[in-house]
Structure formats: C-alpha cells, structure tokens
Ligand binder design. Structure first.
Ligand code: ZN
Length: 139
C-alpha cells in the first residue's frame, strides 16, 4: 500500500471565505501515483472546514447568510468563548456545522465524485496562515 501526505496552506484576506480546493487535491492525487484508494482532506484548524458541495456563487452566499444567522459574529460579547480575549466563537460554531473533513474514493486515478461535487475550504476566521491536510492511501 502506498501513502501520501501533504499540507496545503491558505492565508485568506477576509474573515470568511469558501475556496474550491479540488484542483490542489487532484494535483496531490497525481503526485501520489495512487490509482485506487481513498483521499482524506481535513482542516487542521478548529475555525475552518473542509466540505463538499456545488461550486455555485449563489449557494456560497446562501451558506454564508445561513451560517451568520445560526452563529452571528457580532455582538462578540454574546459568546462565553470570547471572554478568553478571542473574538472567534462564531467561527468555532460555523466549523462545527460545516464539518472538519471529507473522504473521497479514488478510482482509476481520479476523484470519484458524484454530480457537481467539489471540495471546498471553508474559512471562518481568516487573515492568518492556516493549513489543510491531504492524506491519500491506496495503490
Ligand atoms: Zn477561539
């Protein structure tokens, strides 16, 4: 069995963003030489997510509005976590809803997606360097 590990780095200039990282994951898969197996992609930070959905800008706006409704960033004082001096309690909650990781099957050297599936990095507390782990196993 072969294994492959790589960290993808991001520094998003805004507090929140969704970034399609499918091309980077496909690059990793190509580099790994693995044809049959599994790819794990996970955010390495507790205020960011990796998830699969459609690459459609209206949907991304809808997701952002929905998440902001569930866990508004302000007022910052509404969250006990922010008593630590941080202001990112909402980002922890948004990450919890959107998830930590995805697993995608590898078939014939390709990501074996369903229709319209793409992999996204969801940033909820940006403006600093953060990482995503890509781990591929198979043969
Ligand atoms: Zn925090």
């Amino acid at each position: 069995m072969k294994t492959f590990r790589k960290e993808l780095w991001f520094e998003v200039p805004t507090r929140r963003a969704f970034i399609n990282i499918t091309p980077e994951v496909e690059k990793c898969l190509k580099e790994s030489g693995i044809k049959e197996g599994l790819v794990l992609v996970n955010a390495m930070h507790i205020t960011a997510s990796v998830f699969i959905n459609d690459d459609e800008s209206g949907l991304h706006k809808d997701l952002d509005v929905w998440l902001e409704g569930l866990a508004p960033h302000e007022p910052i004082s509404q969250y006990k976590h922010n008593n630590t001096g941080e202001d990112n309690a909402d980002a922890h909650m948004k990450r919890q809803i959107m998830g930590r990781e995805v697993v995608v099957a590898v078939t014939n050297g390709r990501l074996d997606f369903g229709p319209w599936e793409q992999i996204f990095y969801g940033e909820f507390d940006g403006r600093r360097k953060k990482r995503v782990l890509v781990k591929i196993i198979g043969e």
